[in-house]
Design a binder for this molecule. Structure first.
Ligand code: ZN
Ligand code: ZN
Ligand code: ZN
Length: 496
């Protein structure tokens, strides 16, 4: 495998095969589009001009389009530069690019249909309720977790992470400034725009405690507790999803349209059937029954809720969350302050490490035991302070999101795209709220499937390690890279 890679790298300097256009054309004429695509891909990777690449990509695109009109007439959905359709091997659906895309291009950008910050993350960092950006000052963040801020902490302000450039913060964002919910609940926002949007268009429009009837509000609190105790945050995400569905109906979409968009278009299975064993299945049944009662109370005063409060729909939605949701992970801006954080002192730094321990546990991959995870371990204050000054003390904001385009991206250990987050007050966002966007990591030719690494740490690892890591996620990887490596391994095995 290493040898193959090296050969590939060595070929980079050689320039394209002089016969590539002839080869490309003869594959097109014999309707072998996969081969034609590989010839084009090889030419691009060996440095053919982007003008030529685009020109021949267009030829391929036209032929593929004609073929698809006959063989795969159904485009299930379109997301910016991408379409959703059946994969050619018929093993499900995928996200594809119909046209040539060079590297570094944004393939799609959208807000999630529903998202939330994880409970353990909520307890360790205060974020904008609309876009999950940590806001305020070091002092307000310390008070949020019940610690007394030291002198000078008021002056250390959280930025939106975009200040590094010359443009300065995005309009409407002032480092350190916090906008409390206009209705008076305890949520805060990064900008006026995020606040106004959240109260009109995000789940907070319905789930703001100050807008809810007392019985609904206390049911929401119970659901939060249930999700926490059961360690099943998707139970709480259901409330956010139902709220978003109601808002979509209020905005004029039909019941059918809303159900399709939020549920039926996605891969799904009743939540119980995804359990690992009988005990887990039983626990899920009980948790769901409790959540179901609470959801009815939460939405008791919303007339349109009755369309979505259907156990089959909601259990299927939980299955969808489990199958296609993305883990949210947003860097903490306090890590940008470096040595200024020395004012924390060793004791506070150690207290912050302690507070964030549950987050680290949830961060490590299942089954991977931390060697120094001993109970009651004494945290070294000097080490904690050092990690603060080197930008490593504050854990990322964690959460979970259901995102339309993302839900159709299949995994590859050799991904051709990556997915990023943008908060409302960052330049990459197209408006208030949380955004996800997908960037190509290499040129894509017409008909290519967009592939990401579900577990980013597998990229660049040997086959055995990749297969092991993916297995922990209940997944035997058969991506092209794994298949090729498996064949190569069989070739080098000595004959018996
Ligand atoms: Zn915001
Ligand atoms: Zn509110
Ligand atoms: Zn793989």
């Amino acid at each position: 495998m290493t040898e193959r890679l090296l050969t590939g790298a060595a070929m980079l300097g050689e320039g394209p095969d002089p016969n590539w256009v002839d080869n490309f054309s003869s594959f097109i004429l014999s309707q072998d589009y996969d081969q034609a695509r590989e010839v084009l891909r090889a030419a691009i990777s060996r440095g053919v001009s982007s003008q030529l690449a685009e020109q021949y990509a267009k030829v391929l695109e036209d032929f593929l389009q004609k073929r698809d009109e006959v063989e795969h007439p159904v485009i299930l959905a379109q997301h910016d530069q991408c379409i959703v359709r059946q994969t050619v091997n018929g093993q499900g659906r995928g996200l594809f690019v119909p046209s040539y895309q060079t590297w570094g291009v944004q393939l799609w950008k959208q807000r999630p249909l529903a998202f939330m910050q994880s409970g353990i993350s909520r307890r360790s960092v205060q974020v904008c309720c609309a876009c999950l950006l940590p806001i305020g000052s070091l002092a307000s963040q310390l008070r949020h977790v019940g610690l007394d801020p030291p002198a000078g902490a008021e002056e250390i302000l959280l930025t939106n992470g975009d200040q590094v450039g010359e443009e300065g913060p995005k309009e409407g964002f002032t480092p350190g400034q916090v906008f409390p919910c206009a209705e008076g609940c305890s949520e805060v926002f990064c900008t006026e725009a995020c606040r106004a949007w959240a109260l009109a268009e995000s789940s907070h429009a319905i789930l703001c405690r100050s807008r809810m009837e007392p019985s609904s509000s206390s049911a929401l609190q119970s659901l939060e507790q249930l999700a926490d105790e059961a360690d099943q945050e998707h139970l709480l995400l259901l409330a956010h999803a139902v709220a978003q569905m109601i808002l979509a109906r209020k905005a004029g979409a039909s019941e059918e349209q809303v159900k399709h968009r939020f549920a039926y278009q996605f891969a799904s299975a009743p939540w119980k059937t995804l359990a690992e064993n009988e005990t887990d299945a039983q626990a899920r049944e009980e948790w769901f029954a409790q959540a179901w009662e609470l959801l009815k109370s939460i939405f008791a005063f919303e007339d349109l809720a009755v369309e979505f409060l259907d156990p089959e729909l909601l259990s299927g939605l939980l299955g969808t969350f489990e199958l296609v949701n993305m883990c949210v992970s947003i860097p903490h801006p306090l890590n940008l302050h470096g040595p200024r954080l020395r004012l924390l002192g060793e004791e506070l730094a150690a207290a912050l490490v302690k507070l964030q321990e549950p987050l680290q546990d949830s961060d490590s991959e299942p089954g991977e035991e931390d060697a120094d995870d001993a109970e009651g371990e004494v945290i070294n204050g000097a080490e904690a302070l050092e990690s603060a000054c080197t930008g490593q003390l504050f854990e990322n904001v964690m959460g979970t999101a259901l995102c339309e385009a993302l839900a159709f991206i299949n995994h590859s250990c050799l991904p051709n795209c990556r997915v990023e987050f943008a908060s409302g007050s960052q330049f990459e966002a197209n408006g208030p709220g949380l955004w996800l966007y997908c960037v190509s990591r290499r040129p894509l030719v017409p008909g290519d499937e967009v592939l990401m690494a579900y577990v980013p740490s597998v990229v660049g690892k040997p086959l055995e390690v990749r297969q092991q890591k993916m297995k922990k996620f209940g997944f035997e990887c058969n991506c092209r890279s794994c298949e090729t490596d498996k064949v190569l391994e069989m070739e080098v095995e000595p004959p018996t």
